[in-house]
Design a binder for this molecule. Structure first.
Ligand SMILES: C[S@@+](CC[C@H](N)C(=O)[O-])C[C@H]1O[C@@H](n2cnc3c(N)ncnc32)[C@H](O)[C@@H]1O
Length: 263
């Protein structure tokens, strides 16, 4: 029996996502379906004083969807992994919090974002942050190597979210935590939206229904501790806005913990 079910072409999707975030790195002043830059960061809750301490060019290409670093509560000396680090805004802020005895590894698949983040780190003298090329579904890092995994506006872009949460659980030491901002929906999105690579790359098409998202985190062995809505995040284009209103597409910040090992 033939099936009429449309499939998302994951190769085309990766290509679209890379092209979109290549432009965010190289031409942040362009118009996208979503906001970018310092004004967005400040509206989401990043303090101006905090942003003043990191490279301005990183913030120009900021494309996060919420503030969550208060929830991450990174302490001096901690090891932090930033999944989908982009041009580095959260990685640099995490590096300041972790201090010279701590470290941050940012992972991203888009070369232009990586090149920008690496250049800015070198220019600004951030010696405790490194940026590596890789996929968030299988980041090139040691198992149990991190106290905290952070991510902003990225997991919705992955076609395999269970693999991402499994990778988070592997990367965290027992007792370590995940703190992130991401896009979820009230209603399951229809195929017309999920199969639209352009809406997917704009952080809408790939958004999971929120209960399914929470279950994917739990299925990886992580316990959700905090869940907070970010009403100040909004999409810009009319097409995006229609999907937002119809399906309750929204930004949330959360924390989840890998339980301590019981011997
Ligand atoms: C919306 S941007 C957010 C960037 C950054 N976290 C920020 O707040 O500015 C998404 C980033 O995730 C990266 N990305 C998307 N899917 C990825 C994947 N499967 N593996 C690695 N990086 C990915 C993109 O290259 C892009 O830099």
């Amino acid at each position: 029996m033939s099936t009429t079910r449309r499939q998302l072409d994951t190769t085309e999707l990766e290509d679209r996502v890379k092209r979109m975030y290549q432009e965010v790195a190289l031409q942040p002043e362009r118009e996208f379906h979503f906001e970018t830059g310092r004004e967005l960061a400040e509206r989401l809750g990043y303090s101006a004083a905090e942003l003043d301490r990191i490279p301005a060019a990183a913030i120009e290409s900021f494309a996060g969807v919420g503030y969550f670093l208060d929830l991450a509560a990174i302490e001096p000396g901690e090891a932090v992994l930033d999944l989908g680090s982009g041009s580095g805004t959260d990685s640099f802020l995490a590096a300041l919090a972790a201090g010279e005895d701590g470290s941050v590894v940012g992972v991203d698949m888009t070369d232009e974002q990586l090149a920008k983040a690496r250049l800015l780190a070198a220019d600004a003298g951030f010696r405790n942050v490194e940026f590596h090329r890789g996929y968030i579904e299988d980041p090139p890092v040691d198992a149990e190597g991190f106290d905290c995994v952070i991510s902003n506006g990225v997991i919705n872009l992955s076609p395999d979210k269970p693999a991402v949460f499994a990778a988070v659980a592997r990367a965290l030491r027992p007792g370590g935590r995940l703190a992130l901002a991401d896009i979820v929906t009230n209603e399951q999105l229809p195929e017309g939206v999920t199969c639209d690579a352009s809406l997917w790359a704009a952080c809408i098409g790939g958004a999971m229904q929120r209960d399914v998202y929470r279950e994917a985190i739990r299925a990886a062995g992580l316990e959700i501790e905090t869940w907070r809505e970010n009403p100040d995040y909004r999409f810009l284009s009319e097409r995006a806005d229609n999907a937002v209103r119809k399906y309750g597409v929204r930004s949330v910040s959360l924390t989840a913990r890998r339980p301590e090992r019981r011997d």
